[in-house]
Design a binder for this molecule. Structure first.
Ligand code: NAD
Length: 459
């Protein structure tokens, strides 16, 4: 738990149970339901991010060697935008939505009332540890819930910062941070929650879903996958390359859920040297690999016999700095490890095909990815891509930018996830849509009531 006595009191099942009981009490008091509470908590998050931007940058540098610009733009600023958008829209989101009624209920009126679910658990991942921890919290508090956040232990500096800051800036009777790894998360997962929102890999996603099933708790699973990029000919290749590079290596050195995982094309790439120099291991603009386990995982993908000889650019690594250079591989065999696991790092295989249409079969033959991208000027190809490629989200002529559009849901499909969030979708993810019908004592049709006579049947 956040606090000084963390070491003396391990966070076990008993501690988890009393934490949930405490938050249930807070939720039952009704405090979190009011507009004022929701607004004040969102403002608290905003102020916390403004006042501690440099602490956030320092924590992300310590956890990931993340360049300051990436931390400011992709973590602090994005969180701020989420808070501001929620603050702007909150009153509208909270308003009941009037809907049409049917002849059967005439005369009546009906509306959908968004009510908070109760006490929710948010389990987060290490790659964007500030944003990915707090972005779901924005939705949870906007919707009026009590929240427990469990940040990732793999980003310990950010986890500690979140525990400290949320304790200072948020209402700790209803919003809490539990730090820890598998034992602490397991203790939390044994409890009954009203929603579990999990970001991370699919293996743990299955553990989360199984735990949730015991209590019939609904889940949002924000998972990953192999996000492909299809590159057509006859395009502005330089712009395409820059957008692919920044969406891959400029997003946490490839450690991003929507980073391009592999390219399918009939051409090759350039531009990397302009961005990261002749010696990319020395570049200040690249994050390092998060830890030695992930470094080993990535070098194993790279060093598989049939893969290592396919490196056409990069391949250098420095285990002491946990750095791997941006690496491009050409025509790696489809049965290699690298083509069958999410890469989640700076390696980018390119597959070449005779006709670009083949790419759709390649993509659709694997698990549905979290994102898919295409670079083309061909209208028919775009249409074909949008209509036939199933992925959490698609972008035409860029990569990763769909993340920044509040009006779009962000989430996976199939093995890349369940449910979605961002903007109003975050509010909805943490609300129950309650169906309410209002009737008066007028228009009481006798036909509904027994005795069910033949005469009534013929009416
Ligand atoms: P991680 O290792 O930080 O794990 C995520 C969370 O699961 C952590 O809080 C961790 O404590 C918990 N956890 C780990 N093992 C557990 C267990 N056995 N039981 C219970 N809880 C456990 O993060 P990760 O999984 O390495 O994250 C990378 C993956 O997440 C990639 O697949 C990536 O694509 C995906 N991801 C998805 C999104 C998205 O928004 N869809 C965002 C970021 C990452």
């Amino acid at each position: 738990m956040a606090g000084e006595d963390k070491k003396q009191q391990p966070f076990d099942s008993k501690a988890a149970s009393s934490l949930v009981a405490e938050l249930r009490g807070a939720f039952a008091s009704g405090t979190t339901r009011s507009y004022q509470w929701r607004e004040s908590q969102l403002r608290g998050l905003l102020r916390m991010t403004d006042e501690h931007e440099q602490d956030i940058v320092a924590a992300l540098r310590s956890d990931l060697g993340k360049p300051e610009l990436e931390s400011v733009l992709y973590e602090a600023a994005m969180l701020r935008n989420s808070c501001k958008f929620a603050l702007k829209e909150l009153q509208r989101w909270m308003m009941p939505e009037k809907v049409k009624t049917s002849l059967t209920t005439f005369p009546s009126s009906a509306e959908i009332v968004s009510e908070p679910l109760g006490v929710v658990l948010i389990i987060s991942a290490w790659n964007y540890p500030y944003l990915l921890s707090l972005d779901p919290v924005v939705g949870a508090i906007a919707a009026g819930n009590a929240v427990v956040l469990k940040p990732s232990e793999i980003a310990p500096a950010t986890s500690a910062l979140l525990a400290k800051l949320l304790g200072e800036y948020m209402d700790s009777s209803s919003i809490r941070v539990v730090e820890g790894a598998v034992p602490e998360t397991t203790a939390l997962l044994e409890q009954k929650w009203d929603k579990i929102f999990y970001t991370g890999n699919g293996r743990v996603g299955r553990i989360v879903m199984a735990a949730a099933a015991k209590h019939l708790t609904p889940v949002v699973l924000e998972l990953g996958g192999k996000s492909p990029v299809v590159v057509d000919s006859g395009i502005n290749l330089q712009i395409a390359c820059r957008r692919i590079i920044v969406g891959k290596w400029g997003n946490n050195n490839g450690q991003a859920c929507i980073a391009s995982d592999y390219i399918i094309t009939t051409k090759d790439l350039n531009e990397l040297e302009t961005f990261y120099g002749k010696n990319p291991l020395e570049s200040k603009d690249l994050s390092r690999i998060v830890n030695s386990d992930h470094f080993t995982r990535l070098t194993k993908l790279l060093d598989e016999d049939k893969v290592s000889k396919k490196v056409v650019y990069g391949g250098e690594r420095d285990p002491t700095k946990l750095q791997i250079a941006p690496t491009i591989l050409l025509d790696v065999p489809r049965d290699s490890l690298i083509m069958n696991e999410e890469i989640f790092g700076p390696l980018l295989p390119i597959l070449t095909v005779d006709k670009l249409e083949e790419s759709f079969d390649i993509i659709n033959s694997g698990a549905k990815p979290l994102a898919a991208y295409i670079f083309t000027n061909d209208k028919k190809l775009k249409e074909h891509f949008v209509n036939n490629v199933s992925a959490g989200g698609l972008v035409v002529n860029d990569t990763t930018v769909h993340l920044a559009v509040h009006a779009l849901p962000f989430g996976g499909v199939g093995e890349s996830g369940i449910g979605a969030y961002h903007g109003k979708f975050s509010f909805d993810a943490f609300s129950h849509k309650k169906a309410v019908v209002y009737r008066s004592f007028m228009g009481d049709a006798a036909i509904r009531y027994p005795p069910y006579t033949n005469g009534k049947l013929r009416l």
